[in-house]
Design a protein around this ligand. Structure first.
Ligand SMILES: [Zn+2]
Length: 412
């Protein structure tokens, strides 16, 4: 067992009290000293000391007065965290059909987005990483007056425990020490790197539809496909970080060859890659394709319009989306048997056609799985395409502001 010097003990205790008070106020939004004392079981004088310190630091502010106690007395002062005391910068790297989008969202301490921007990048590989570093650096310089608690990156690739990209085909990187590279680029700011689908499920758990759900599967569909499972309340990562990487699950051993070298991977059928293939075939055979989807004048495909046109009722686009959904259901039904979830949350570009997707998936699952499994609720991610950004922002908030690691260590 660890031993601490007396001074060390004292410091740890102060840190623990501060963390307890901060977490209590964060959890309730706003509360009074007396309530904090009741909730944390810390003495009123300890709470007052901690609160005084937090007010001096500018973290806490007064937000009016509460009602007085039964015994009469002075009305208690309500305290709240100043949302603009510090910020978290969330950076999402999203692979689209023909480019990579970098999303930057600045979150305040209430996990509200105060500013966001998006850029399209054409480069891949180390050039891409260099551009992303430059964009982030420029954003931070532009907000030099703001205290940035940390930078959280959400990436569409498998990361092992050391933050090394194992399979980054879509970004043109393999066995790349991403976390180390990004941390080195921002030496004075804490950096976290999380896989997109895990970040998204954490975001939905913090702010979205699934706050209290213990067993759920999140599936994101767009240019790629990924899933993340929460089982008995815990995120499943697997030994090498690859749990939920269903894109390379083979659904057709006689199918086409995938970039991973294997045959018939799900991503060839249940992502926008299937749209592009069928649009090209239709164009070759001079079949009618909406102009919004394929513009022959400039020979350009707009994949996202497939979802919109499908919802509008275009029969060609509808057949593309339905075909994709049916192949997706093959994978979902397997996941359902493996993990027996209460909910399935859909994310990614597929949400552009959620009116079509949710009933279609429900119908197919009813045909494919037995009765207890058919009780599963299928829902759209509430945070839309921003889920993973909320996820990395909440990771930074927990780690670098609320100091939850300390609470877990001392509480457990
Ligand atoms: Zn593959």
């Amino acid at each position: 067992m660890k031993t601490f010097s007396k001074l060390g003990d004292q410091k740890l205790l102060q840190e623990l009290n501060r963390t307890l008070v901060l977490n209590t106020i964060h959890h309730y939004g706003s509360t009074s000293r007396i309530e904090i004392s009741k909730l944390t079981k810390l003495s009123q004088s300890t709470v007052s000391n901690v609160v005084d310190g937090l007010q001096k630091e500018g973290i806490l502010v007064e937000a009016g007065t509460g009602s007085s106690t039964k015994a009469g007395g002075r009305k208690p002062t309500i305290l709240t965290i100043r949302p603009g005391y510090a910020y978290m910068l969330a950076v999402g790297i999203v692979t689209e059909a023909f480019h990579i989008t970098v999303q930057l969202s600045l979150f305040d301490l209430r996990l509200q987005i105060v500013e966001k921007t998006e850029l399209e990048l054409a480069e891949t590989g180390v050039e891409l990483i260099r551009s992303i570093k430059d964009i982030v650096r420029e954003f931070i310089e532009h907000h030099a007056e703001k205290k940035i608690l940390g930078i959280g990156f959400s990436v569409p690739t498998v990361l092992n425990r050391e933050g090394v990209m194992f399979r980054g085909h879509l970004l043109g990187l393999e066995n790349f020490p991403l976390e180390q590279e990004l941390s080195a680029a921002f030496p004075t700011i804490p950096v976290v790197v999380e896989q997109e689908q895990h970040a998204a499920v954490l975001g939905e758990r913090t702010m979205g539809a699934v706050k209290d759900i213990e067993n759920l599967i999140y599936i994101t569909v767009g240019r790629g496909i990924g899933s993340s499972m929460i089982v008995n309340g815990q995120l499943v990562r697997g030994e090498y970080g690859g749990a939920g990487e269903i894109g390379h699950m083979s659904i057709n051993k006689y199918g086409e060859k995938c970039i991973c070298g294997k045959m018939g991977c799900l991503r060839l059928y249940a992502t926008e890659l299937s749209f592009i293939k069928k649009i090209k075939e239709a164009v070759t055979h001079e079949l009618p394709v909406p102009l919004t989807v394929y513009n022959p004048a400039i020979d350009k495909i707009n994949v996202l319009e497939v979802y919109t046109e499908a919802v509008r009722g275009d029969s060609f686009c509808r057949s593309l989306v339905e075909g994709m959904l049916d192949d997706l259901c093959t994978a979902i039904s397997n996941l359902v048997y493996l993990f027996n979830p209460k909910k399935i949350i859909l994310g990614g570009n597929l949400l552009l056609a959620k009116e079509l997707a949710i009933p279609r998936i429900a119908e197919r699952l009813n045909e494919m799985v037995d009765s207890p499994a058919s009780m599963i609720e299928i829902e759209a991610a509430q945070l839309g395409t921003q889920s993973s950004l909320y996820g990395v922002a909440s990771l930074l908030l927990d780690k670098h502001f609320l100091n939850k690691d300390l609470l877990m260590k001392e509480g457990g």
